[in-house]
Ligand binder design. Sequence first.
Ligand code: BEZ
Length: 179
Amino acid sequence: MIGKRVPDVTFRTRVRDEAIGGPNPFRWEEKSSSDYFSGKRVVLFSLPGAFTPTCSTYQLPDFEKLFSDFKAEGVDEIYCISVNDAFVMNAWGKSQGIENLKLIPDGSGEFTRKMGMLVAKDNLGFGMRSWRYGAVINDGVIEQWFEEEGFADNCESDPYGASSPQNILENLRELKKAA
Ligand code: BEZ
């Protein structure tokens, strides 16, 4: 994966726009891979679903808390992506009080499929979702890759370690020390 460019896709996001007025002032906004990845060094982490326990208890809040530590290691943005639509991703971010991370809705799974990370989770009634992984991506090119072991359809377990913020941060620090 290292050295590969992220796929070029269009994400359908929902953004707040006070000009709309009324009780639900949101509109659609298309964002491209280039909007998210060009000219920046980012951490992307991908998970099986918004509101799921490991993601909500550990992965998302821990990335949020460690944001300034990542910034100190030369990371401009941290993105969380999931095969969920924009309404779900926005509701999840709001419920978790997320201020530092950006949540990317990959509702159709196109980005995840083109990354080669789409797996069946029919055993949980989820349909097609993302295998859990993390990456450091520099100007759209994968610089470091953190994939959980056991990539498989309908996996009975949910490995979580390689793509934890603690592990990715540790790797970034080691890399800086070695440079
Ligand atoms: C979890 O994050 O704990 C989880 C993810 C996918 C399915 C079930 C649980």
